[in-house]
Structures are given as structure tokens and as C-alpha cells.
Design a protein around this ligand. Structure first.
Ligand code: GAP
Length: 459
């Protein structure tokens, strides 16, 4: 399938099935802002939950935090964001559009969309710097003393809380602090759906290490993060590792890898893994006047740790997961025998917004409906369930395929043949279990179903 067409289909599906809507849609939208609907909110939450567990639960060298979005303005002065967190911008004197000067060759002209801004004939101004931080005021008085910014990254809260967290967690180097949450950037040209927006979420770790081990940890994090993406269904073959050349990195950088994914609109950054040396802690120590050094009990010396920072975008990960999951297949309808196109989202089970669809074979058979509802209620305690009794069973399966539900369970007449009373009641009642990807169906005892599903979901 042509890639622009694929992107259109994914965006269409996201709206049709309630993954993602334009923000403020009934008022004409707001450029660069998106709302996650019922399924999108669950998909995004599952990605974040898995990242959080991978960082703070499955390993014992990272602790979590949840910092505020508004911080003291001095944080942004010390970090360098106030002075330098900007993109070069040009204005078009012809169409009055504003564009990123470094993206002119890939930005379509608003008046002649078949041409790019660098070839449409419009007269452009000289580039000037545009700071991407959203400015706001703390308190009722809108003057210079009360200025602060919506955070453009989550990382700085970690640096400024480094000493507190070191003390309370009693960790020794190497150790990390993980945080996820909203970040805001007044992007000049938000684009490609949720890929580049003005409000987005990040999942960041600042991993503090002994200075001489920084480069080793950079390599280790590259391996760890590539392995993580495979666990959420993004194969290694679709991720390109860019070893960012020195001339494109900040002066303090000890190395950066960009993990880039093959999105339908091109190979673009998903995550950056940056060896930031001791730059950030040095800046905050100098600007705040508060010591941020680490006392090394082995060597009895004090020093500022070095930092390796894997920084991923939640929304970009969501988009990569959606792109990777989308598939179209020609199949024969199980009831009519006619050929049709099946749209299936092949999410790995742990990310799927709905884990199992529960269907009574016929809605006018109270015994089937009752049993199906009881099974749905049982499963709901441990997983997300969608109960559906309307339409032909093939249609109901197809609706679940399109939202990526990995399992379908049908309560049919054979279910009712199971033992209903006495000591073994329920044990041998069976249901049809249908697998989304293979469409294969098998019979499974109701008693075995919850444990079986949980095992598949947890992988
Ligand atoms: N603390 C380092 C940092 O913020 P970054 O490369 O600017 O580094 C990290 O951002 C990640 O945040 C990116 O790899 C991307 O996934 C995500 N991100 C950045 N800007 C974004 C935007 N405008 N919209 C969506 N995601 C964005």
C-alpha cells in the first residue's frame, strides 16, 4: 500500500473507532493538539504502564518521580532553555505562513500544496529564532517577575530533585530516576498527526553514573531500549539507529543515538538516547548555589555524576504501535463464504485496549446471554472486556479485529452442555476461543479461561 494512503487509513481508523480525535473539533480544532478517545486512552495508558514497569519495577536501579509542570523560572534559565530552546523560523511574505527554516524542503506550501515552501515561489524572510516554550504567569499579576513556562521536557524536574531523591532512595551509582508526563512546545509547524504536536507526553530516564562509565552506559541503554521496542511489537528491523555526528550535538554531549522508526511519512525520531555528561547538574549547582555532588563511599570522593538520558515520546510510540499493528487481509467470510477485506490491528496483547470480546451466540437465548454476562463480569476483574450481543458472530469478530482485541470468546450451545450442578459445576463448561491473528478457534474450559488469557496478555 502506498505510504500516504496507509497514513490516511490509520488516521481514519483512529477517528472512526475512537482512538484519537482532533482537539476542540466542534470549534474547528486546535492545531497541534489531540484528544485520545476511549480506545486511544487505554492504548496510551498500556504503553505508559509497560514503560513504567520496565523502568521502576522490573529493575532495581531506577526509581520514579512525578514532577510539576510549572517550575521556578530559574530552572529554565539554568538549563539553557530560556536562552536557546528555539527553532529557526521564516515568514512567507506571499501567503503570510510561518515555517521552520530547517524544514522548508519537506513543508508543503499552504496555497500550492503540491509544492514545497522552498519551491512555491513565495518570498521568504531571513530566518530568526523562535523560542518554543509556552510562556505563562504565576499568580494574578502579569509582569516580568511572575513569568514561567509550561515545561518543554520532563527531564529538568529530575535534575533539580536529584539530591532529594538520592537521599530518600539511598541508591548508589549507577542509578536512574524515571518520569513520564506532559510536555509542551509551541512547534512552528506541528504535523503528521500525533507525531509532532504542541502538547505531548514524554517518558524519560536520567541515569546517573560514574563519569568514567558514561560511554559504556550509553551503549547499554541503546541495547535495552531496542529490546524494549521489540516487546511492544516494533521489530528491530523497523528501527534505524542514528549515531548523531559530533557537529550536530551539543558541545557538552558525550554521544547521542536517535532511534528512528519507519513511519509511513518517512524515517523519523522515536527516542533520543543522550550521554549528557555532567552538564545539567553543573548548571543547576552553579545557578542554585546548592551542592548537587555525590559522595562516593568507595573512593571517598565527591563529584557530579554523569548522565545518560533515554528520552522517548509517548505519542510517537503510540503512533509507531498503531502503524505497526495496522494490517489489511483478504479473507472469506466465515458465514457467507464471500471474499472481504479484514482490517486487523495486531497489537501485542499487553497493549491492546480491549483484551477479550465476549459474545453470546444468539441474543434471544437467555441461557446464553446470562452465561456470557456472568463470564464478562468475572473477566472484568482482571482485564478489559467488551460484551457484544448484536449482529452475526462473524461481524462481531470483525469489529474486535479492527480495534485489535486479541481474543474473542463465544458462549454457544455446547457451553450449555457442560456440568451445571453439583460439586463439579462449571468445571467442564467450555466456550469457543477465537484468536485474532490466526482466526483459529478452539474450545477451552471456562474454568481455565482467566488464567490462560492472563498468561497470554502478560506474555
Ligand atoms: N530531555 C530530552 C528531550 O526532551 P527531545 O529529543 O527534544 O529530547 C525527546 O525529545 C522525545 O520527545 C522525542 O524523541 C520525541 O519522541 C518526543 N517529542 C519531542 N517533541 C515532540 C513533539 N513536538 N511532539 C511529539 N513528541 C515529541
Amino acid at each position: 500500500m502506498a505510504q500516504p494512503q496507509l497514513m490516511e487509513k490509520i488516521v481514519g481508523l483512529c477517528k472512526r473507532r475512537g482512538f484519537i480525535f482532533q482537539s476542540s473539533e466542534i470549534y474547528g480544532g486546535l492545531n497541534g493538539a489531540w484528544d485520545y478517545g476511549p480506545l486511544g486512552a487505554d492504548l496510551k495508558k498500556n504503553i505508559k504502564d509497560f514503560w513504567w514497569k520496565s523502568m521502576t519495577q522490573y529493575r532495581d536501579d531506577i526509581v520514579g518521580m512525578d514532577g510539576s509542570i510549572l517550575m521556578n523560572r530559574n530552572v529554565w534559565k539554568a538549563s539553557g532553555h530560556e536562552a536557546t530552546f528555539s527553532d529557526p523560523m521564516v515568514d512567507c511574505k506571499t501567503c503570510k505562513g510561518r515555517f521552520r527554516a530547517d524544514q522548508l524542503t519537506s513543508t508543503p506550501c499552504p496555497q500550492k500544496p503540491s509544492k514545497m515552501v522552498n519551491t512555491c515561489g513565495g518570498e521568504l524572510t531571513e530566518p530568526r529564532s523562535f523560542n518554543l516554550m509556552f510562556k505563562t504567569y504565576v499568580g494574578p499579576v502579569e509582569d516580568d517577575h511572575n513569568i514561567t513556562y509550561l515545561r518543554p521536557e520532563t527531564a529538568q524536574a529530575i535534575f533539580v530533585q536529584f539530591k532529594n531523591i538520592l537521599e530518600v532512595s539511598r541508591k548508589k551509582l549507577p542509578f536512574g530516576i524515571a518520569q513520564m508526563g506532559k510536555a509542551f512546545r509551541n512547534e512552528i509547524n506541528p504535523r503528521n498527526f500525533i507525531f509532532r504536536s504542541r502538547e505531548f507526553e514524554q517518558m524519560e530516564v536520567e541515569f546517573f553514573v560514574k563519569p568514567e562509565t558514561g560511554k559504556e552506559w550509553l551503549e547499554q541503554w541503546l541495547k535495552d531500549r531496542l529490546a524494549w521496542y521489540e516487546l511492544i511489537g516494533i521489530p528491530r528491523s523497523k528501527i534505524h539507529v542514528l549515531d548523531v555526528p559530533q557537529e550536530d550535538r551539543a558541545f557538552y554531549s558525550g554521544g547521542t543515538y536517535d532511534l528512528e522508526y519507519e513511519f509511513p511519512f518517512g524515517i523519523q525520531e522515536l527516542e533520543g538516547i543522550a550521554y549528557r555528561t555532567d552538564y545539567d547538574l553543573t548548571q543547576h549547582q552553579n545557578a542554585s548555589g546548592k551542592p548537587l555532588e555525590y559522595f562516593d563511599e568507595e573512593t571517598k570522593t565527591k563529584y557530579l555524576p554523569h548522565v545518560v538520558e533515554p528520552s522517548a515520546g509517548v505519542d510517537r510510540t503510540c503512533l509507531a504501535v498503531l502503524c505497526e499493528a495496522y494490517a489489511e487481509e483478504t479473507i472469506k467470510d466465515e458465514e457467507t463464504g464471500k471474499e472481504e477485506t479484514r482490517i486487523v490491528m495486531r497489537f501485542v496483547p499487553k497493549l491492546a485496549p480491549i483484551k477479550v470480546g465476549i459474545f453470546p451466540l444468539l441474543k434471544n437465548k437467555p441461557e446464553l446471554v446470562e452465561k456470557a454476562k456472568a463470564l464478562a463480569a468475572t473477566l472484568r476483574k482482571t482485564m478489559t472486556v467488551f460484551y457484544d450481543e448484536s449482529g452475526a458472530i462473524g461481524r462481531r469478530y470483525r469489529r474486535m479485529d479492527e480495534v485489535g482485541t486479541p481474543f474473542g470468546v463465544t458462549i454457544d450451545f455446547e457451553t450449555l452442555e457442560g456440568i451445571r450442578e453439583g460439586e463439579n459445576a462449571g468445571l467442564k463448561e467450555t466456550v469457543t476461543l477465537r484468536h485474532r491473528d490466526s482466526m483459529k478457534q478452539e474450545r477451552i474450559a471456562i474454568a481455565d479461561l482467566p488464567a490462560y488469557l492472563l498468561k497470554q496478555i502478560e506474555g
